[in-house]
Design a protein around this ligand. Structure first.
Ligand code: ZN
Length: 324
């Protein structure tokens, strides 16, 4: 029996916990309402371990301004995204295999084992950034977060400032971290201390205080939930199944002192199901104000409701927010 969400709940997508991983893949599909018409969305053929590629592709497909040209990865990506755009009802699913082959040629990583959706996403952005065509670099730059890092000697205050870029924000869960993404971002900090530091200026054995500030927020903000967790007893990588409450609208004004707009709207979510190394990925994507669930060749329209409404047995893994 599914509970109707309260008005307050329906403004958030919340994932749930503790459901059998092995039966989860098709359960998500079964949890969604049946009678919705599929409009203007195409699924992707899921062969073996391609669900990571497929879920990233669906998010790229609904990213506004993500237009690319040429290079092997870029041309195959263009080709499959164009193919996904030919989406009149009744069309068969698209074939992502030429793109998978191009990614293998670019990065050397194999798809005989399951790849992490976050790794696939970064591989695609790196391939575009490495492309000779400036438009590909521009497409990759939609996700670029600019940071300034200051490393300061705690004895003499000698400071070294450097600049970095990243294309996602890691969200840590559990261990007293906030379970609401908005609270997590309001308290966001990348500060740590290095002990056993030898300062070249004051020549003291001392500590180094490292502070990183975000100086520029991107047009598209990607969050990756840190799901991998090393089991102390067995040494294996386990899935951290902690829940995170995700708002449809996120205010990042406390993350970054900037004159740019800091409000973002959720439009893509990749879910993770199963053990860490044999996981399955699917995506919820928003296109033309409608939410769709896409799992390989399965595409279903779904109302904007929290994931808990569907009793979704998967965990939120990657989140895409666009600036509004
Ligand atoms: Zn010093």
């Amino acid at each position: 029996m599914q509970r109707r969400p309260t008005k307050e709940q329906s403004r958030h997508w919340t994932n749930c916990l503790g459901v059998c991983h092995f039966t989860a893949q098709r359960t998500i599909e079964h949890c969604l309402p049946r009678a919705h018409r599929i409009i203007n969305m195409r699924g992707l053929i899921n062969v073996g371990t391609h669900c990571a590629v497929n879920s990233v592709l669906q998010c790229l497909y609904v990213t506004d301004d993500f237009r690319i040209t040429y290079s092997t990865v870029a041309s195959e990506l263009t080709s499959v995204l164009r193919d996904m755009d030919r989406n009149t009802p009744g069309m068969p699913p698209c074939d992502p295999n030429p793109l998978v082959d191009a990614l293998i040629r670019y990065s050397g990583m194999t798809y005989e084992v399951q790849q992490d959706a976050d790794t696939v996403f970064k591989c695609v952005l790196n391939a575009l950034a490495d492309d000779g065509d400036p438009r590909c670099k521009q497409a990759s730059g939609l996700w670029t977060i600019r940071k300034q890092q200051s490393a300061k000697c705690s004895t003499c205050n000698a400071e070294c400032v450097s600049h970095h870029a990243a294309n996602n924000v890691i969200v840590y869960i559990g261990n007293n971290e906030p379970n609401k993404l908005q609270d997590y971002m309001d308290d966001y900090s990348e500060t740590f201390r290095v002990s056993d530091y030898h300062c070249g200026t004051c020549q003291e054995e001392t500590e180094l205080n490292v502070t990183t500030d975000i100086t520029e927020l991107p047009a598209v903000l990607c969050f990756t939930v840190a799901r991998g967790q090393r089991c102390v007893q067995r040494g294996e990588l386990m899935v951290n199944t902690g829940a995170i409450d995700v708002p449809e609208e996120l205010d990042c004004s406390r993350m970054c002192a900037t004159s740019q707009p800091t409000k973002y709207e959720l439009y893509g979510m990749i879910t993770h199901t199963g053990p860490y190394e044999f996981s399955h990925y699917a995506a919820f994507v928003k296109k033309m104000s409608k939410w769709y669930f896409v799992d390989g060749d399965v595409v279903k329209q779904c109302p904007v409701l929290p994931l808990s409404y569907y009793n979704v047995p998967a965990h939120l893994y990657m989140l895409m927010y666009r600036r509004i």
